[in-house]
Write a protein that binds this ligand. Sequence first.
Ligand code: KG4
Ligand code: ZN
Length: 349
Amino acid sequence: MHTPLVLGIETSCDETGLALVRGLDLLVDVTASSMDDHARFGGIVPEVASRAHLEAFEPTLNHALEQAGVALSEVDAIAVTSGPGLVGSLTVGVAAAKSLAFGLGVPLYGVNHVLGHVAVDALVHGPFPPVFIGLVVSGGHTSLLLVRDIATDVVELGQTLDDAAGEAFDKVGRLLGLPYPGGPHVDRLAQDGDRTSFAFPRGLSRPKDQAVHAYNFSFSGLKTAVARVVESFEDAATQVPAADIAASFSEAVADVLIAKTVAACREHEVDTVVIGGGFSANSRLRALAAERFAEAGITLRLPPVRYCTDNGAMIAALGSAVVASGLEPSPWDFTTDSAMELTQVLAST
Ligand code: KG4
Ligand code: ZN
């Protein structure tokens, strides 16, 4: 039987991502980013991001089709991020996807961006096992999932109660005077620092947190602790040991993410972990995860960095899984949902 060719469209934030997937085969993945337009503002400017998607959409689509040697008419189904994300950015992608699907007469699926960060790993490491723990760490999300089927059976075990991991890095980047987005800069700086210099707190990790918050995260206390240390050096008019702070902070974040993921594997008797999301590009997280999961006898599936940050392949991958599961397409009047719940795979009205 013919495996459907799925076009994936991602426009939830500043990346315009388009990709084509057939089954678990990635034919092409093209991304245009408007990050350079936002960097000088110290954060994403939603109106600027929406306009950039409008400019980039058609050239990026054509580029993807050309590179794959595929005609638009060969597309069998379209998946588009319907949430969570910036409403204006999502709206550009959803409107474009509706136009394309309507014109081509193919089914359209509005899908969950966060689940896409997990789904993409199947394009890299092959079919998922019958059950696994998913850890999604990005600029907007930090969630621990128990996944039996990425299209139909995802249970949220926990999430961050305040900042996301990437967001905490961006804020610490600002404290250390680094350019936006701070995450990659803090990561680079940390590589020259001593991870043991400062004993920063591991949020929600005390015995009394186990009852309710075993799988929830909190990074706001950690961020405040970093701010206090930075201030103490500034007040003393001594040079801030930025690399040591970055390294100790990175260690605290990676440590707590991994410890809770290992605990979730133990409790649910799961032996595979899939990590996704922009923050999984973090070098300390990648190194410590490799070490700790190996020690615990857990198989770690971590896609290459280019599939960790936002891209079209993750949406095409989730679309492909949804199509394979035989789920109904989203209704034509579905809208964007900036706060789409993790338990919701597909957009509804
Ligand atoms: O998944 P993503 O591309 O966008 C969202 O859906 O949020 O994640 C972007 C986030 C930003 O906060 C960025 O600073 C962070 O991931 N990030 C990193 C690294 N690369 C990206 N944080 C720490 N270390 C990195 N190497
Ligand atoms: Zn993302």
